[in-house]
Design a protein around this ligand. Sequence first.
Ligand code: FE2
Ligand code: FE2
Length: 135
Amino acid sequence: MQTSQWTPQLWLGFEPMDAMNREFMDHLGDAQAAPDAALVQTWQALVNHASVHFGTEDAWMHQEGFATAQQHTLEHRVVLNLLREGLCQAQAGDCAPARQMAAELGAWFSRHTQSLDAALALHMRRVNASRTAPA
Ligand SMILES: [Fe+2]
Ligand SMILES: [Fe+2]
């Protein structure tokens, strides 16, 4: 199976988000490339990362009163729940759901990054620029 990789089309110009998005793709690629014996371990790492990654973005949106926060946070919650469900099933010996998700997650992540994350990154760049601008 071809593994997912970060590409320059996913670049948002807000380094904290770009760093997290690169990390997400690294973890996804690891899970996709993992043999069954290593799937639980790599999937667990992906779930741990996604939990922090999504939680960080949710906290920024909450702090900044960001307009589309509800939809963005909901998408995070749905995907994180699916990832956790895949982990439970893999831990119980059924790797198929996680494998299926691994195959589809790259496309979801690209869409998410280029739409919802991109809007948040633009907002965060503006907020940071206005806070660092001379009075
Ligand atoms: Fe993100
Ligand atoms: Fe996001």
